[in-house]
Design a protein around this ligand. Structure first.
Ligand code: OSB
Ligand code: MG
Length: 370
């Protein structure tokens, strides 16, 4: 396929409510949107690197640099033979998974449109809709948290994830468990603890949680093995799982029993599928994580979550949970059974609303082939 151009958009979008995690508060979410054009078609991708390096070392500006100076020139250097061709061309470039994943997503969208296939079909997905939950940021008080949880339960979310950090863990999580005894509930620490905090997690063992997500540091598989051995609750790794190889090693070592898959974190949808396959072979359940995506990244997450190993609800909430104005249509709505419909159209199956995209754009640049 002959490619003509790649366009980059650095976006800032106001969240409906600030999203607080153990690494900081986000009110205006940044990302880089990519538009790849060729043979009369356009493919869109979303790079989930944000404003500051809290979740990972990447930021929208570091991703912009990697895309502009390395990944896009490599892509535009020759006609595209397929996704694997692109992956091979950039394989010698180290790191920056979110940057490469954003561009790869645009190629999947473009490839799907060229082949007349949906991303779900291209990835080998099966289901027409996927079970979802909601991820709730740290709240200012326990009463505020209870009210927020009630609001999401009332709007139909059948699984809730609570963010925790040291000093804001046992008390609020216990309160939610007490108020919602039957609610499928899990927590996410975003790497904020050390093994010295094992007492906190042992106490959580009594709260009937689905899982405890990423309690310890990203580069600390060994202490996760130790912590998992002390708990009956399953650990789930997010930040630590950067490739299919690490996923295999984490499961083999017993560092976790569940894996959160995010295409951005692992360098793209192809690697995400490879992680899914590793986990499926090992009998470990996976679910699709989220990075507060726009409709573009949300469509990609939904397609990924149709693969058969995604047996747990994803952090893929309805569009209205995030932004007053999204940049893609149609908006994703929550069904009464806490599922979301997966787009049927070719590629990602969404249309970008160019006026909304423009309103959110901080800077924009076009790179052309040859
Ligand atoms: O750790 O899963 C996480 C958002 C930003 C960065 C990291 C995480 C999250 C979420 C939000 O939990 C999930 C969503 O997109 O709704
Ligand atoms: Mg997480």
């Amino acid at each position: 396929m002959q490619l003509d151009s790649v366009e980059l958009f650095h976006l800032s979008m106001r969240l409906k409510a600030p999203f607080e995690t153990s690494f900081g508060v986000e009110q205006d979410r940044e990302c880089v949107i990519l538009k790849v054009q060729g043979e009369g078609l356009a493919g869109w991708g979303e790079c989930v690197a944000g404003q500051f390096p809290g979740y990972s070392y990447e930021t929208a500006p570091t991703a912009w640099h990697m895309l502009k100076d390395f990944y896009i020139p490599a892509l535009l250097a020759a006609p595209l033979q397929g996704i694997q061709d692109f992956r091979e061309r950039i394989a010698h470039l180290r790191g920056h998974p979110m940057a490469r994943a954003g561009l790869e997503m645009a190629l999947w969208d473009l490839w799907g449109k060229a082949q007349g296939k949906s991303l779900k079909e291209l990835l080998g997905g099966e289901r027409p809709r996927v079970p979802v939950g909601v991820s709730i940021g740290l709240q200012d008080s326990t009463p505020a948290l209870l009210q927020t949880v009630q609001g999401y339960v009332d709007s139909g979310y059948a699984r809730v994830k609570l963010k925790i950090k040291p000093g804001r863990d046992l008390e609020p999580v216990r309160a939610v468990r007490q108020a919602f005894p039957e609610l499928p509930l899990q927590v996410d620490a975003n790497s904020a603890y050390t093994l010295a905090d094992n007492g906190t997690f042992r106490a959580m063992d009594d709260l009937d949680l689905l899982m405890i997500e990423q309690p310890l540091a990203e580069d600390d598989l060994l202490d996760h093995v130790r912590l998992q051995a002390e708990l009956t609750t399953a650990l789930c790794l997010d930040e630590s799982i950067l490739s299919a190889r690490i996923a295999r090693q984490a499961l083999e070592a017993g560092a976790c029993r569940i894996i959160n898959i995010k295409a951005g974190r692992v360098g793209g949808l192809a690697e995400a599928v490879a992680i899914h396959d590793v986990c499926r072979a090992a009998g470990a359940p996976v679910w699709c994580g989220g990075m507060l995506e726009t409709g573009i990244g949300r469509a990609s997450n939904l397609a990924l979550a149709t693969l058969p190993g995604f047996t747990l609800p994803g952090d893929i909430s309805a569009s209205e949970r995030y932004y007053a104005e999204d940049i893609a249509e149609p908006l994703f709505k929550l069904n009464p059974d806490s599922t979301i419909q997966v787009p049927e159209g070719t590629g990602l199956g969404v249309e970008v609303v160019e006026a909304a995209l423009q309103r959110a754009t901080l800077r924009r640049e076009v790179m052309r082939a040859g």
